[in-house]
Design a protein around this ligand. Structure first.
Ligand code: NI
Length: 137
């Protein structure tokens, strides 16, 4: 059995869509995902899990009701479960996510994302079943 490293930069070069995490590795019951984000997401909470953001490139702001957290490459932040938040990025951001397998923290909300012409900044959203695309390791 061959053992190969996962090249995060290379994985990020394989797609260009935003807010659509791709699985690149697994760790026990967790999935390691890469994602590209740009613009503002929607306000939402995750009732069942914390959410980890590790920024690889670009500058990401996690808006929270009681203040913003700004992340540069090499920095991470954990949004505690149940805490309402809304990521926003002026430019494109590349990030790593580590989430429980099958969890829908980011990708799920894509399915619920309002049309670009509307804003629903105060909505809290929950996650339906949603299968995420997988990049082969
Ligand atoms: Ni979230």
């Amino acid at each position: 059995m061959a053992h190969e490293s996962v090249d995060i930069t290379e994985k990020l070069s394989l797609f260009s869509d935003h807010w659509s995490p791709k699985v690149v590795a697994r760790l026990n019951d967790y999935e390691i995902k890469v994602v590209k984000v740009k613009g503002e997401f929607v306000w939402h909470t995750h009732d069942d899990t914390d959410e980890l953001f590790i920024v690889v490139a670009g500058d990401l702001t996690i808006q929270l009701r009681d203040g913003d957290v700004r992340l540069s490459p090499g920095q991470l932040f954990v949004v505690p479960r149940g805490v309402e938040h809304c990521p926003i990025a002026d430019g494109e951001v590349h990030a790593l996510l580590i989430e429980p397998t099958g969890s829908l923290t980011l990708a799920t909300q894509v399915a619920h994302r309002p049309p670009a012409s509307t804003t629903h900044r105060r909505d809290s959203r929950r996650c339906p079943t949603f299968r995420m695309p997988i990049l082969q390791c």
